[in-house]
Design a protein around this ligand. Structure first.
Ligand SMILES: *Cc1c(COP(=O)(O)O)cnc(C)c1O
Length: 671
C-alpha cells in the first residue's frame, strides 16, 4: 500500500484540507487514490458529517463514508476520552484492517490522523502508533504562523523517536486573521533544523476551507502551493533493493549461503510487542524471541525511553579507568537479584565473551594463588558461544568440529539428562581435582543442543561435588537466565550459587549487546594486589558496560517488577505444556522437552523403527519455513524445533504460535 499518514502538530492546523488536497491532486493525476479518516470526534450525526464527508467530497465521493471511517464520536474531545465517554473501545487492529482493505482497492491511500501526533487514540497509543501500524510515511501539517517552530520541531523529534518516516512538512495558513510576519521565515528555519523538506506553504484560502465545504478546485489549489512531486519521491525504498544488496554484501551467521540464496530473504522492518513485520507488511509472531534475547516485547516504551534518555547524555564512555552511573546501577541491581554470595560484576559484550571472561578468570585465579590448573570440565553437547575459548568447552560436533585443531583440551562428561549420569562427573572431578580450574555448565537445560533437560537436583549435586574437590563452578545462564525457566535464574531451582554466573542474551530485554560475568568476593580479591605482582585481570572490551546497553538492562529489570513478569509467566508455562502435550503421541515426535518457557520438539522420521531424519533432509528448517506462511518466526536446532517466545506474550498469541507450529509440523511431516 502506498500513501501518506497526514498528522498535525496540533489540532485545527488544517490537516483535513491537506489530506483532501493530496488525495484530490493524485486523483487528478490519474492515480487510484482514496482519502480516509479512521477516527474522528466532535461529529454530531453520521460519519459523513465530519471531516470524512469533506475528504470524500473533495474526491468526488469515490466510496461510502462508512468505508473511510471506523470510529466517529459525538463528543468533541480527544478520541480516547470520547470513546470512553460513549462506551466504545477503539480496536487498533480493526483500524489497520480497514485501511488495508482500502489499500487493496486503491494504489494510494491518504490517511488523516485524529489531531496532533501524540493525541491519544487508545489507552496507551496515539496517532503515532496508528501511523506505525499502517507503515505509511507522515505528512506533517503545521500552522504557518507564530509558534510553529517549537511545535514542529517537537513533533518531528517525536516521530523520529518512534521510527516514523516523514515525507514532508506542509505549513498551512489555517488562521483567518491575516498573515503574521513569522510566516516568511518559518519554513527556512524548520527545514534547516529538521532536515525534512517543507513541501509547501498554503496561504489562507476561503474557497478551500472545511467550513465552506467547497472542494471544487482543491486539487488545483494544492498543486499550486504544495510540491506534490517532491512528496511522492519520499515513499519508502523498494524492498527488492534490500534483498538484492543482502545477497551481494552480507555473510550471515550460522548460515549456509547456498541455501540462503535459494529464495528471497525475509526482510524485517519493524516490531511491536511479540510481533515483527516484514517490508511487505506481513506480520509474524516472534516465536524465538529474536534468538532467545527478547523478554518484554519489541518497542517496549520504558526500554525505548531509557535508551533515548541515556543517548541524550552520552552513548559510550569506557570502563577502563573511568566509570559511569548506568554500569554501577545495573551492577547493584543484578547483584540484588542474583544468587546469594555473588558480589562483583564484570561486563563484556555477548554470551561468548561472558564465558571467555569466566574461563580466563578461573584459570588466572589459580595462578594468582600459586596453583597451576590447566583444564576445564565440560559437558557433552554443551554450547557456550563461538569464540575459541568458548568453543573449546563446547561439545557440539556440528558447530565445533571444524575447529578441533585450534582448541585447548578439556575433560568432558555426559550432561545429567538421566539418573546416575553424574557418576562419571563425580569420578573425574575426584581423579583430576588438582588439574581442573573450573566446571562449566548450562544449568537446568542445554539450549543449543536442543533443550536437553537436567534431571533431579543435578545442579545441586554438581555444586556439592565441586565444593568437595575445591573446583570452581561456572554457570552459563546466557540462554536460561532472565526468566526463561520460570525463575529469574536457573540456578535458583536448586538454590545453587555458582562461582561465576554468565549472563547475556536477555539481559537488555533483547535490545542491545551486553554481557555480565558475576563472581564472588574471594575470587575478586585473588586479583587485588600491588601492580608489580602481575595479578591484574588483563581483559576487557572496548564497549564493556556500554551505557546505552546498561540503561536498557536497568529498564528491563524495572519491567520485570512492574509487569510482575515471572508471576504472570506461570500460567503461560502451564498453557504451553497443555498445548504441546498431544505431540507426545505424534508419530514424528521423538521427544518433547519443556522447562519453564523453553520447549524443544525433537523429530524422528520413523518412531517405531527408530529412523532419524538425515541431516540433508533439513526437516527442522522446512517446518520453520512453513511456519512463516502461518505467521510465525521460528529457528530450529537441527531436527529439534524450538519454542522460546518473549515472556510477555499474551495467551491468545501463545495459542496462535503453538497452533501454527503444530500445523506446520503436520503439513511438512504428515501425521
Ligand atoms: C547463545 C549462547 C552463548 C553465546 O552467546 P552469544 O551472545 O551468541 O555470544 C553462550 N552460552 C549459551 C548457553 C548460549 O545459549
Amino acid at each position: 500500500m502506498k500513501g501518506f499518514f497526514v498528522v498535525g502538530t496540533d489540532t485545527d492546523v488544517g490537516k483535513t484540507v491537506v489530506t483532501a488536497g493530496i488525495a484530490a491532486a493524485l486523483r487528478a493525476r490519474g492515480l487510484a487514490c482514496v482519502p480516509c479518516k479512521p477516527v474522528q470526534s466532535g461529529v454530531a450525526k453520521s460519519p459523513a458529517e465530519g471531516d470524512v464527508g469533506f475528504l470524500l467530497e473533495a474526491c468526488g465521493n469515490p466510496i461510502e463514508p462508512e468505508l473511510a471511517n471506523v470510529y466517529s464520536f459525538k463528543t468533541p474531545v480527544t478520541p480516547s476520552v470520547a470513546a470512553k465517554k460513549e462506551g466504545v473501545e477503539i480496536d487498533r487492529r480493526k483500524i489497520g484492517e480497514s485501511v488495508a482493505a482500502l489499500g487493496k482497492e486503491y494504489e494510494w491511500v491518504i490517511v488523516e490522523g485524529a489531531g496532533g501526533l501524540l493525541a491519544p487514540i487508545g489507552a496507551n497509543w496515539s496517532n503515532a502508533e496508528m501511523a506505525f501500524d499502517l507503515g505509511l510515511p507522515l505528512v506533517l501539517v503545521a500552522r504557518a504562523g507564530l509558534g510553529t517552530i517549537n511545535h514542529t520541531l517537537l513533533t518531528v523529534q517525536a516521530a523520529r523517536d518512534r521510527g516514523l518516516a516523514i515525507a514532508g512538512i506542509v505549513l498551512n495558513g489555517a488562521r483567518k486573521d491575516g498573515k503574521d510576519v513569522s510566516e516568511e521565515s518559518n519554513a527556512a528555519e524548520i527545514a534547516a533544523r529538521t532536515n525534512v523538506p517543507i513541501v509547501g506553504t498554503i496561504p489562507w484560502l476561503p474557497e478551500i476551507s472545511v467550513e465552506k465545504r467547497q472542494s471544487a478546485g482543491l486539487a488545483a489549489a494544492i498543486e499550486r502551493f504544495v510540491n506534490i512531486d517532491r512528496l511522492l519521491e519520499n515513499q519508502p525504498q523498494a524492498p527488492a533493493r534490500v534483498a538484492q544488496d543482502d545477497l551481494r554484501h552480507l555473510w550471515h551467521p550460522f548460515t549456509q549461503a547456498l541455501e540462503w540464496e535459494q529464495e528471497p530473504p525475509l526482510v524485517i522492518e519493524r516490531g511491536d510487542g511479540v510481533y515483527l513485520w516484514d517490508i511487505h507488511g506481513k506480520r509474524y509472531i516472534d516465536g524465538c524471541s529474536s534468538l532467545w534475547a527478547n523478554v518484554h516485547g519489541h518497542r517496549r516504551a520504558e526500554i525505548d525511553r531509557a535508551i533515548r534518555e541515556q543517548l541524550g547524555r552520552v552513548a559510550h564512555s569506557t570502563l577502563l579507568g573511568l566509570t559511569h552511573e548506568p554500569a554501577v546501577e545495573l551492577a547493584r541491581r543484578l547483584l540484588q537479584i542474583a544468587p546469594e554470595g555473588l558480589t562483583r560484576v564484570f561486563y563484556s559484550d555477548d554470551g561468548s565473551t561472558a564465558v571467555e571472561v569466566a574461563l580466563k578468570m578461573a584459570y588466572q585465579y589459580w595462578k594468582n594463588r600459586g596453583e597451576d590448573r590447566r583444564t576445564f570440565l565440560s559437558f557433552e553437547n554443551a554450547y557456550h558461544g563461538d569464540t575459541v575459548g568458548a568453543v573449546s568447552v563446547g561439545g557440539m560436533d556440528l558447530f565445533h568440529g571444524a575447529f578441533a585443531g585450534l582448541l585447548f583440551k578439556t575433560l568432558r562428561v555426559p550432561y545429567p539428562e538421566k539418573e546416575n549420569y553424574l557418576d562419571n562427573f563425580a569420578f573425574i572431578a575426584k581423579e583430576k581435582e588438582k588439574e581442573i580450574a573450573a566446571v562449566i555448565v548450562e544449568p537446568m537445560a542445554q539450549g543449543a543442543s536442543g533443550m536437553r533437560l537436567m534431571v533431579g537436583n543435578a545442579m545441586k549435586e554438581i555444586r556439592e561435588i565441586c565444593d568437595k574437590h575445591g573446583i570452581l563452578l561456572i554457570a552459563d545462564e546466557v540462554a536460561v537466565g532472565f526468566g526463561r525457566t520460570g525463575k529469574m535464574f536457573a540456578c535458583e531451582h536448586d538454590g545453587v550459587t555458582p562461582d561465576f554466573l554468565c549472563l547475556a542474551k536477555g539481559i537488555t530485554g533483547g535490545y542491545l549487546p551486553l554481557a555480565a560475568t558475576l563472581t564472588k568476593e574471594d575470587i575478586f580479591r585473588a586479583f587485588r594486589a600491588p601492580f608489580a605482582e602481575k595479578k591484574t585481570f588483563f581483559h576487557g572490551h572496548t564497549y564493556s558496560g556500554n551505557p546505552l546497553a546498561c540503561a536498557a538492562a536497568i529498564a528491563s529489570l524495572d519491567c520485570f517488577e512492574k509487569d510482575r513478569t515471572l508471576e504472570k509467566l506461570q500460567p503461560k508455562i502451564a498453557l504451553l505444556a497443555e498445548m504441546l502435550a498431544p505431540l507426545k503421541a505424534h508419530p514424528h515426535v521423538k521427544h518433547l522437552r519443556q522447562r519453564g518457557f523453553l520447549a524443544g520438539i525433537e523429530l524422528v522420521k520413523d518412531k517405531e523403527k527408530r529412523v532419524e531424519y538425515a541431516m540433508d533432509e533439513r526437516i527442522g528448517a522446512k517446518i520453520c519455513r512453513r511456519a512463516r506462511e502461518h505467521g510465525v518466526l521460528l529457528r530450529p536446532l537441527g531436527n529439534t524445533l524450538v519454542l522460546m517466545p518473549p515472556l510477555s506474550i499474551e495467551e491468545t498469541d501463545l495459542r496462535a504460535l503453538v497452533s501454527a507450529l503444530i500445523r506446520s509440523l503436520q503439513e511438512v511431516c504428515g501425521s
